[in-house]
Design a binder for this molecule. Structure first.
Ligand code: HEC
Length: 113
């Protein structure tokens, strides 16, 4: 039987490492488009199309969206100042827990690998 404190230590180590890597993506300027694609597919593609250059079942095509636009949508379901939205509706909720993924999602929407 492995002593309980060793198990706890391992868990803490794993949590610690994950936190480090998300901090890294936050500060690492250009996002990781591959990671962005995964996050997009699991969080956004239910409404937007799997292919962001096409209309989705609920949301519009969003290929090429800027980082500012993605951030405004995810943090407050708003828009950057002066931006003219594609739709007047207010259907999309905010997803503030995806804050650290904003650069990655934006990178995916621009490069679309
Ligand atoms: C529940 C359905 C739904 C989900 C999930 C969703 N969206 Fe949306 N999205 C919409 C709708 C509908 C609009 C049009 C404006 C509105 O009604 O809110 C929109 C608008 C947008 C726009 C602005 C388009 C423009 O140029 O005017 C962006 C960018 C966007 N979504 C990105 C995302 C991202 C990134 C995710 C995943 C984190 C996401 N959306 C998840 C439904 C959704």
């Amino acid at each position: 039987m492995v002593p309980r404190y060793l198990v706890m230590l391992f868990v803490l180590l794993v949590i610690g490492c994950e936190k480090d890597s998300s901090e890294a993506t936050k500060t690492a300027g250009p996002g990781d488009a591959k990671r962005g694609r995964r996050i997009y597919i699991s969080n956004c593609a239910a409404c937007h199309n799997i292919d962001p250059s096409r209309e989705g079942s609920v949301g519009p095509a969003i290929k090429g969206s800027s980082r500012e636009l993605v951030e405004a949508r995810i943090m407050s379901s708003g828009y950057p100042p002066g931006y003219k939205p594609k739709r007047k509706s207010a259907t999309m909720p905010a997803y503030p827990y995806l804050k650290s993924a904003v650069p990655d999602i934006a990178a995916f929407l621009v490069t679309n690998p």
